[in-house]
Design a binder for this molecule. Structure first.
Ligand SMILES: [Mn+2]
Length: 290
């Protein structure tokens, strides 16, 4: 199975050259775990499903604390919230920046949930001391200078697959981070740009087992950005767990209609809570724990 990949468009691609990410060199599943404020462990991988939930963007203190409490009550293990937003439209809301980081810290203090937030430039790293997992967004998957710096940052990195890259290229990008000494890398499938228009992106469900056969790194799925439509998200989330994902990243908003970013794909607190109830059964089927 391993070795030269005949379907890869990239002729230089040879899995065995990737010494850090490949399972043959590390047969056991890697687990990324964060110690919570109450000494509890929040883990992704190795039989633990990590559920990262929260708004696309931090908007104000009341919003982020309210959503943090809601997703924690429903069983989420991490809080997400973007403060440095990479928006396709330059006139869209660009995020709260450093002020948003402070509000995330307040939400963590209130709930104990570890924080996941996206970095878009390495110069922002000094503001990420209080962030537990640093996210690299799809548009930066091959920003190799950013990846190398994050390889030295001492924090877990959540690396999202680009909407126009192969799964093999995702592994090569992860190798850039690991080659600098960072063993805490989580991969995230979030859908690809295709000719289909009903969804925002086309989720590559087969990439989950393909990646799991080749890498020991935990793999999560982002059904929100893949589907782009809250009505599709619960089914896609369940499919991801059934396909072997180690967790999910889900956008949840207390008032999706008035969200400053990605409201159309954000679950309400009620739909998120119902989904978590269903996911417990899917976790059992996969012999995993939420
Ligand atoms: Mn979003």
């Amino acid at each position: 199975v391993l070795g030269k990949e005949k379907h890869s468009a990239c002729t230089e691609f040879n899995l065995e050259a990737l010494k850090k990410v490949i399972r043959v060199f590390h047969p056991e599943d890697s687990v990324v775990s964060i110690q919570g404020t109450g000494h509890e462990i929040h883990a992704i991988g190795g039989g633990m499903l990590g559920i990262i939930a929260g708004p696309c963007a931090v908007e104000n203190e009341q919003q982020i604390i309210n959503i943090a409490k809601t997703v924690k009550a429903a069983g989420a293990s991490f809080l997400r919230g973007g403060v440095f937003k990479l928006r396709t439209n330059p006139y869209s809301f660009q995020g709260m920046g450093i002020e948003g980081i402070k509000l995330l810290a307040a939400a963590k203090k209130e709930t104990g949930l570890p924080l996941v937030s996206e970095i878009t430039e390495i110069k922002q790293l000094e503001y990420f001391n209080g962030i537990d997992i640093i996210q690299v967004g799809a548009r930066n998957m091959q920003n190799f200078s950013l990846l190398k710096e994050l390889g030295k940052c001492g924090k877990p990195v959540l690396l999202k697959r680009s909407l126009a890259s192969t799964a093999a290229e995702l592994l090569m990008a992860a190798e850039y981070i690991m080659d600098e000494g960072n063993v805490n890398v989580i991969l995230c499938e979030r859908g690809l740009r295709t000719f289909e228009t009903f969804s925002r992106s086309t989720l590559d469900i087969a990439a989950i087992p393909w990646l799991k056969q080749r890498t020991h790194l935990p793999i999560i799925v982002d059904p929100s950005h893949a589907a782009g439509d809250a009505a599709l998200v619960p089914a896609v989330a369940k499919a991801a767990i059934a396909a072997g994902a180690d967790g999910l990243m889900l956008e949840v908003h207390n008032d999706p209609e008035h969200a400053l970013c990605d409201g159309e794909q954000s679950l309400t607190p009620d739909t998120f809570s119902d989904l978590m109830t269903d996911l417990k059964k899917y976790a059992e089927l996969e012999k995993k724990r939420l």
